[in-house]
Design a protein around this ligand. Structure first.
Ligand code: FAD
Length: 443
């Protein structure tokens, strides 16, 4: 038995925006609680694989790590700009949304205040409930073999990339998800521009990737293949955007599973399988100009479903069926980037029942008849009847129970961190009912 392993009130897996926002909420509201976060990367970063030149963020910048919960917090986007000496210059920019690389700087900056609570290069490999020091605790062991103990556990590893068939059969250095884009691109193009690249999907990221590849390699043939008819513009109606209000979260949470799916169908084009007008216009104009010049190198092919993907040497062969005409086509590219999205929690084909890390605990957690995890409004996972587990929470994985505003996005991140910090403090003070827990610090 290792007697020297410290016990943390809150143990967190992942230190992306979700758990950074939680660390801030805990510091601001419950400074008496001890917290430790494990982060797989060498440093906390926000989606580093897609920090493309010129790409902007998709959220109002004040829907940041803190502002909706505590507009006076020092960890706000505006205070970041102020402390960098860039506030006025930033406000003077003739663009509605900040560059993603600048927002990534904000996330890095906010994370840096918590370096004493974060162990980087520590990928959690296993989780189990243990009894130690007379307490029920979570034990997390990392890939490096280090062991951590927590009275509560908050799992925030980000969503699992969705790799559809048949791409899953060829996944590797030449067929990869967009989260790998920047490092793979560097390796694959070290000796020069590729001849042809396929981008798979019809999302914002797919359009950004097509534009980025064309900017970097103007002579390269870049083909975007999507299953839907063509590239759709996002629904940015302010009425639809109210789906990103906390009231919608409550409304959605209380709806039946069937009604949740109906709401999903309505809300989907506000965030998925669609792109902003600016990038669509840029892509369309690029193609139009190339047609005028009689030298088209950028293409969009809708209604295309891959039937086979094979890597041979330094080429990827893609076999497609045109979904309306039934025509078969073949393309050969240097590599294919999958802008195919992420998995939500659920029993559907595009979903996963449980985050991979929690699979060993799945049998001990309460689930619905279809196997989906029962997630509380406070993001807690309940133990199955007859089981006892220390408090366990999900952070950033609850779109299928809490709706679109709870997608892996910034929209309601700060409010969610407030809910989670309250729930953690409540559960911890219940476990130590004889100890007087300090009241939350007003934020
Ligand atoms: C290209 C791209 C652009 C986006 N742009 C926007 C945008 O503009 N606006 C918006 O609102 N949302 C955007 N999103 C959505 C995005 O998911 C959120 O912005 C945000 O990253 C979610 O934060 P998170 O902490 O839940 O997940 P992540 O950012 O994925 O962070 C999870 C962290 O956990 C770590 N981790 C994973 N597994 C382990 C493990 N086993 N052990 C330890 N650490 C682990 C990871 O290294 C990572 O640092 C974008 C997503 C992508 C992919």
């Amino acid at each position: 038995m290792t007697t020297s392993t410290p016990v943390h009130d809150v143990l967190g897996i992942g230190f992306g925006p979700a758990n950074i926002a939680l660390a801030i909420a805990l510091e601001e509201r419950y400074p008496h609680l001890t917290a430790r976060f494990l982060e797989a990367r060498p440093t906390p970063e926000w989606q580093p694989g897609m920090l493309l030149d010129g790409s902007d963020i998709q959220n109002h910048p004040s829907r940041d790590l803190v502002t909706l919960r505590n507009p006076r917090s020092r960890y706000s986007w505006l205070n970041y700009l102020h402390e960098q000496g860039r506030l006025l210059r930033h406000l003077n920019q003739p663009v509605p949304f900040p560059l993603r690389k600048e927002y990534a700087g904000y996330i890095r900056w906010a994370a840096s205040f918590f370096s004493h609570q974060v162990d980087c290069d520590q990928r959690a490999a296993s989780i189990r409930a243990v009894e130690q020091y007379g307490e029920r605790l979570y034990e997390v062991v990392t890939e490096r073999g280090d062991r951590y103990l927590g009275r509560t556990l908050v799992v925030a590893p980000g969503r699992t990339p969705y790799i559809p068939e048949p791409y899953d059969t060829a996944l590797g250095s030449r067929v990869f998800h967009l989260t790998q884009y920047m490092p793979r691109l560097e390796q694959l193009t070290a000796d020069g521009a590729p001849e042809a690249v396929a981008v798979i999907g019809g999302s914002q990221s797919a359009v950004e990737l097509a534009l980025d590849l064309h900017r970097r390699f103007p002579r390269t043939r870049v083909v975007t293949y999507s299953r839907s008819h063509s590239l759709r513009q996002k629904d940015t109606s302010p009425f639809s955007e109210e789906g990103y209000f906390p009231e919608f979260t409550r409304y959605y949470f209380n709806a039946s599973v069937e009604n949740r799916r109906a709401l999903d169908r309505y809300m989907q084009p506000t965030n998925y399988s669609s792109a902003d007008g600016d990038v669509l216009e840029e892509l369309y104009t690029t193609i139009y100009e190339q047609e005028l010049d009689g030298d088209q190198r950028v293409f969009v092919r809708g209604n295309h479903q891959a039937t086979k993907v094979a890597v041979t040497g330094d080429k990827v062969r893609l076999d497609f069926t045109e979904l309306i005409t039934g025509e078969s086509t073949v393309d050969s590219v240097d590599f294919a980037v999958l802008a195919t999205g992420f998995r939500n929690l659920g029993p559907g084909a595009h979903e996963e029942l449980c985050p991979a890390l929690l699979k060993p605990l799945h049998g001990r957690l309460a689930t619905a008849d279809d196997g989906r995890l029962q997630v509380g409004y406070d993001y807690a996972l309940a133990p199955r009847e007859g089981e006892t587990l220390p408090p366990l929470f999900l952070n950033g994985l609850c779109e299928s129970s809490h709706g679109i505003g709870d997608a892996g996005s910034f929209s309601l991140l700060s409010l969610r961190a407030g809910t989670l910090s309250d729930a953690l403090a409540t559960r911890l003070s219940a476990a130590f009912a004889d100890v007087d827990a300090p009241a939350p610090v007003a934020a």
